[in-house]
Design a protein. Sequence first.
Length: 298
Amino acid sequence: MNRRTVLGLALGLAGVTLFGATVPATRYAVQFVDPTFFTFARATLAGLMAAGMLLARGCQPPWRRGLPMGDFVLVALCLMVGFPLLMAHGSVSVPSSHAGVVLGILPLTTALAATLLAGERPSLAFVGISVLGCALVVAFALRNGGAGGFGFGDILLGLSAITCSIGYAVSGRLARRMAGWEVICWALVLGLPLSVPAALFFMPAGLATTPMGAWVALGYVAAISQLVAFFFWNTGLAMGGIARVGQLQLLQTFLIVMLSWPINGEAPDAETYAFMAAVMVVVALGQGTKVRAAQAAG
């Protein structure tokens, strides 16, 4: 494995770690504020911060660089609207640890999206190990009573995972041609004409009584989950490969479970740590298999 790939994996791991608090923070906040408002409020705040960064750096707009604007629109729709909206509504009815388990399909859907949308070709060994990792996550779900507890919230979370993987693949494809932080910033800015009026329209009455913790959660998912984490994640996808770096998302499930303890009071147990260790071994094995990169950036 070359140094560029190793660095890409390190950046991807940093991104996954920052993403880890997204589900528990969202679940906490939507106890007090409308999930739709929360989604568009986080996009609006992140978009305004992104606009400030782009202006401060004097960045040239992507349309002046000959980059496909449809890709930026797709990233905005998937990662600004589709994924967070589906996740916020899905998190209302299921525990955040359960949400993390459902999102365990992300590595497989991301690998598929990388194949269909970004020209990558994971080897059969890589796919097999990814399936094994997914199976471990499913076993973890069954061990937590997931077999009898799946419902509409889980369907929404499953759709959010598919939407997210599409956004990741297109982001990684764009990050081959421009800085990863610019990809998410331009997508967020392009989404402001939608997110600002939507946030105002869905703004509920009585926000003054919303507890401070909900505002802290909103601030985190806006500044970190929706913006800064993508600086690391998009660059990692471009350097290490979308499918390969995407496999690190198997660890996100357990980061979510661990963070659900201090945020939502859902304490992990010894078996959780055992499953986490097994998944870490699977991820390590997966990194030793081949993924053929795209022939050209595009």
